[in-house]
Structures are given as structure tokens and as C-alpha cells.
Design a protein around this ligand. Structure first.
Ligand code: ATP
Ligand code: MG
Length: 362
């Protein structure tokens, strides 16, 4: 099967060759049902070179230790909760973990305020239910139920957005490792290898806080914002390149300077202080995540290729930055203007950017 025409192939499709090579080279002990040993899973995430010369690209750029803790958790009987501010790669890491361990990242429940219990337990095919009565064939399993039966990883996105009573359906699953089906006087017992990776956003905390009963069933790993500007530049550069390739965007001469600038602007506004530590700046209302920096640059590349001169220029990213910073038109506009006048204007090598950003205000 070819994935060339897919807008966004799953991790297990995109990195099938890497996963195969890792499985062949893997000499570690695999937990029951795992496709790889824990150390091979970490190599898949962090990257490296195998003995046979195969390059494993880094997926997560950040502390290796965090990935080791996350993978170790999944080898125990506890589930994994990835927590962090928006854009810290929670979803990304969860997808890659599931792909590496279970060979599929698609047993996924998207948490929303409207997620029903059926999404975690099971539902019914009503036509069959009415014509045949309750039977195993009329039952529609949830991704969690499927994962339990097959001994795989189920993913739950944005767990804290799910109403509390629906969240509680997970307690039995995670503590008893079984899902009762009272209608059939039956149950699905989890096969070895089953676990859950949930993600939750720091900013959403309090929306539907996790009950302490549920929280106790998870090991929490907090994914941090990139520690240094260099690290963040590396993340943006590698993701922009990968995205550009999959979207078949025109290739532009190196965009290093603009990437560096966007990352600097984002980090300064996020932290409330300039890079040299000299000046305080006001912080905008939204989070300026690494994910947004990635999309500002990607957008800029398309602008430059189709409407510019084929080189990524300050003008190509200025509009995107403005849109990312100014989420609340009244208060954020003031923050952005102050930053431009107070910080950007004084940087001599930023003159083009200053002019372009002033232009984008009008
Ligand atoms: N440390 C990192 N290493 C590699 N990629 C990263 C890192 N931080 C962010 N990214 C990239 O940022 C993008 C967004 O990440 P993702 O969607 O996983 O964020 P999230 O934490 O789930 O955010 P949200 O809370 O908004 O759902 C991805 O393309 C991911 O590759
Ligand atoms: Mg996410």
C-alpha cells in the first residue's frame, strides 16, 4: 500500500522502514505483545544510528530521561499521562509511542466536552440490536475495548476535556483491567500489552479535573517547553523540513535566519523578558507554542515561493507572527506594538523585520 497521496500518514506508515530496522536489530527483552524492547522504543523516539547503519531520525527533541520514564511506565501496569502546555509534543509523542510499541497509533479517542461513554466502553449497531437482540455481533467496540482485546496501546487525547462521569469509565479499565458488558453477561479482559496513553493540556486544568481515583492510575510525565533557543530552533527546523516534504512545498534556500528570529520573538514574548535579560516585555494572552512557530515558518515558505522572490524574507513571516501573537485584538495589539517599538526597533540587524511587521499592523 502506498502512502504517497495521503495528506498525513500515521507514524507507523511514515516510519515503517525505521521500525522494521529497529525490530531486526533489537536484542533487548520485549514486554509481552510489544513490537520492540523499551530501549529500542526510546531509540526510535530520540534517534540514533543502528549497528547496520540505519539512521533513526529523532522524533522527540528534549530530555532522553523523560522518554525513558514514559516508556518504562507503559511496561508496568500503570497508564501514562502526558501533561504540558500547548504545543509541547504531547500528541506527537503519544502517537509515536503507540506506533513503536503496538504497531498502531490509531486506537484513538478524541476527548471533547461531548465525548460519550460509548467512546471509552462500547456502543451498539442499533439495526442489529433491534433485529437480533444484544449479541457480540451487534456490539460496536470502542478503541479502548479493541486495544484491551488485542493487547495494544489505546490513546486518549485531551483527557481533561472529557466530562468527569465519562472519565470514570476508565477507572475499572485501568484498575481491574477488564471491561464488563452487562447486557451480554460478559466482559473483555485486557490482554498483556494493553495500556493507555492520555494527553492533557496544562491550560485546561480545572475544566474537568481528573478525579484523584483516576489520577492515581496514571504516571504523569510533564513535557517541558524547549529549554534553550537552540533546541527550539532545531525542533522548528526539522519539523518545517519534514512538513514541507510531505506537503510537497517548494524547496527554499535555507531559512535559518528567519527561523532563529521567529523563535527569538516567541521566546521573548513567552518569558516576558528579552534574550539578553535586559528588558521586560509584556506577555500576550495566548501561548506562543513551538507548534505555532512551525506553522508561521511553513506559511512563510509558501508565501515566499508563490508571492515573493523565492527566498524567505522578513515580510513573509511578519503577517504570520502578527496572527500568532495577536489572539485578542484589543489587548494583544498593544503588547505587540510595544514589543515592536521597545525591542525590535532598536535591533539594527532587524530593520527589515521591523518595517515588515509595522506594515502588517496596517
Ligand atoms: N520537543 C519537541 N520535539 C519534537 N517536536 C516537537 C517538540 N515540541 C513541539 N514539537 C512539534 O510541535 C508540533 C505540535 O505538537 P503536538 O500537537 O504534539 O502538541 P501538543 O502538546 O499535543 O499540543 P496541544 O496541547 O495543543 O494539543 C508537532 O509537530 C511536534 O513535532
Ligand atoms: Mg495535542
Amino acid at each position: 500500500m502506498t502512502t504517497d497521496n495521503l495528506l498525513r500518514p500515521h507514524a507507523e506508515q511514515l516510519f515503517a522502514a525505521e521500525l522494521d530496522a529497529l525490530a531486526v536489530a533489537d536484542t533487548g527483552t520485549r514486554p509481552p505483545s510489544w513490537n520492540l524492547s523499551p530501549s529500542a522504543v526510546v531509540t526510535y523516539l530520540i534517534g540514533g544510528t543502528l549497528d547496520d547503519g540505519t539512521e533513526i531520525t529523532p522524533k522527540y527533541i528534549g530530555p532522553r530521561r523523560l522518554m525513558e520514564i514514559a516508556v518504562a511506565t507503559l511496561a508496568t501496569d500503570r497508564a501514562l499521562l502526558l501533561l504540558g502546555v500547548p504545543g509541547t509534543a504531547k500528541t506527537w509523542v503519544s502517537e509515536h509511542l503507540a506506533a513503536a510499541i503496538s504497531g498502531t497509533s490509531t486506537l484513538l479517542v478524541q476527548g471533547t466536552a461531548g465525548t460519550p461513554e460509548e467512546a471509552i466502553r462500547y456502543g451498539w449497531n442499533y439495526a442489529r440490536l433491534i433485529s437480533e437482540g444484544p449479541s457480540r455481533d451487534a456490539l460496536v467496540p470502542s478503541p479502548v475495548m479493541t486495544a484491551m482485546g488485542e493487547g495494544r496501546i489505546a490513546r486518549i487525547e485531551e483527557l481533561t476535556r472529557i466530562p468527569s462521569d465519562v472519565q470514570d469509565a476508565l477507572i475499572t479499565v485501568l484498575s481491574e483491567k477488564t471491561l464488563p458488558i452487562p447486557e451480554l453477561a460478559a466482559e473483555v479482559q485486557a490482554a498483556k500489552g494493553f495500556s493507555v496513553i492520555a494527553t492533557a493540556n496544562d491550560r485546561d486544568r480545572g475544566v474537568n479535573d481528573l478525579s484523584s481515583a483516576l489520577r492515581r492510575r496514571f504516571n504523569t510525565v510533564v513535557l517541558p517547553l524547549p529549554a534553550t533557543a537552540e533546541e527550539e530552533v532545531e525542533i522548528v527546523t526539522s519539523r518545517v523540513a519534514a512538513l514541507g516534504k510531505s506537503l510537497e512545498l517548494p524547496e527554499l534556500p535555507t531559512a535559518a535566519e528567519e527561523i532563529r528570529r521567529v523563535v527569538t520573538v516567541f521566546r521573548e514574548l513567552r518569558s516576558g523578558v528579552t534574550e539578553d535579560g535586559r528588558a521586560k516585555v509584556k506577555q500576550p494572552s495566548g501561548t506562543l507554542s513551538t507548534a505555532e512557530a512551525i506553522s508561521v515558518i511553513t506559511h512563510g515558505i509558501v508565501m515566499a515561493a508563490h508571492f515573493g522572490d523565492g527566498t524567505l524574507r522578513p515580510a513573509d513571516v511578519a503577517a504570520g507572527i502578527h496572527g500568532a501573537v495577536v489572539k485578542d485584538p484589543s489587548s494583544d495589539s498593544v503588547v505587540w506594538t510595544e514589543y515592536l517599538e521597545g525591542v525590535v526597533r532598536d535591533r539594527t540587524d532587524w530593520a527589515d523585520f521591523y518595517r515588515a511587521a509595522r506594515g502588517a499592523l496596517r
